[in-house]
Design a protein around this ligand. Structure first.
Ligand SMILES: NC(=O)c1ccc[n+]([C@@H]2O[C@H](COP(=O)([O-])OP(=O)(O)OC[C@H]3O[C@@H](n4cnc5c(N)ncnc54)[C@H](OP(=O)(O)O)[C@@H]3O)[C@@H](O)[C@H]2O)c1
Length: 176
């Protein structure tokens, strides 16, 4: 198996806010559906805070390999696979997907980095693509999206308005 592609996926409000008090400071079901569609059948890599923030009904995220980055050597949680480095994440990703029958799994799985701020910052330099949901909301935050350099260019944009009237857009960015 070739080295996996690594992509980031995040939603951010104005000023790059992605979280407050270890929660998402908005409720946008359309974005949750988008997240599910993009990441299902692949690996999700998250920081331990983000794992803690998931509601228990969604832990582990179904039909995905759930890798959780932590520096705690003895950390464990049902349905999660602890990793202590990006190298370890890639190795466990390869080992997991090499066991799956390619006839039943046609997509080449990627590693989707799903947050939070620390893990986005740690993985950004290796990412190929970013799926960003920009939400037109002013909210308080204590966790922020990574700063993107000029090498990142938008290649796709979809404008939407939520059922509650909030404007948001799905952007795909690629590294050039
Ligand atoms: N809007 C979005 O799309 C989105 C997505 C995800 C999360 N969020 C938000 O982001 C916030 C959480 O972000 P965060 O930055 O506080 O936490 P985080 O990135 O989810 O997790 C941080 C933890 O990851 C582990 N870690 C970090 N760097 C590591 C490394 N190099 N090696 C091994 N382990 C490492 C450490 O775990 P240990 O302490 O166990 O060692 C650290 O405490 C929340 O508000 C959440 O709701 C938003």
């Amino acid at each position: 198996m070739l080295a996996p592609d690594i992509h980031l996926i995040f939603a951010c409000a104005n000023d790059g806010v992605i979280g407050l008090d270890n929660k998402l400071p908005w409720h946008l079901p359309e974005d949750l559906a988008h997240f599910k569609k993009i990441t299902t059948g692949q690996t999700v890599l998250m920081g331990r805070h983000t794992w803690d923030s998931l509601p228990s009904a969604f832990k582990p995220l179904p039909n995905r390999l759930n890798l959780v980055m932590t520096k705690q050597i003895h950390w464990s949680a049902p349905g999660a696979v602890a990793v202590h480095s990006l190298e370890m994440a890639k190795e466990l990703h390869q080992a997991h997907w090499s066991k799956i029958d390619p006839e039943t799994h046609t997509l080449t799985p990627a590693i989707w980095v799903i947050g939070g701020a620390q893990i986005y910052a740690h993985t950004l330099s290796l990412a190929h693509t970013i799926e960003m949901t920009q939400i037109d909301l002013d909210v308080k935050g204590d966790a922020f999206a990574p700063a993107l350099g000029q090498e990142w260019r938008e290649i796709h944009r979809e404008e939407h308005t939520s059922s509650k009237g909030v404007r948001f857009r799905f952007l795909t960015l690629k590294r050039f």
